[in-house]
Write a protein of this length. Structure first.
Length: 119
């Protein structure tokens, strides 16, 4: 995969730009199945963005079935992702595999801004 250029002046969020770049590289075969991507911290340092930007991009690509991640072994290109015939996976499975919080408490601060507590 070649250099990743993110344009902060564009209307498109940085994480979407990164998703597009990685997804295109996978579909063109520049990133082969089971190729390991840099850690979120390393990628954030390399691109000069926050780690949350990288996390959102990786999570979106996992939801699309292009990447897979396992705690402790990093994020890899899914061996099932191919240029043709990518099948979608259900939202329930995505939430379960992401270990989404079982309980969410929503409260508001004095200004009426929503605060979400996950536990």
């Amino acid at each position: 995969m070649g250099p990743i250029d993110l344009d902060r002046a564009r209307d498109k969020p940085l994480y979407v730009q990164l998703c597009d770049r990685i997804a295109n590289s996978i579909r063109r075969g520049e990133l082969s199945g089971d190729a390991r991507l840099p850690s979120t911290r390393m990628m954030a340092r390399l691109l000069g963005v926050s780690r949350n930007t990288i996390l959102m991009a990786y999570e979106a690509l996992v939801a699309e079935g292009l990447l897979c991640g396992k705690r402790g072994s990093g994020t890899h290109v899914s061996s099932r992702s191919r240029a043709a015939g990518l099948r979608s996976i259900g939202l329930r499975r995505v939430i379960r595999e992401a270990r989404y919080p079982a309980h969410v408490l929503e409260i508001a601060d004095r200004d009426g801004n929503a605060i979400h507590l996950n536990f």
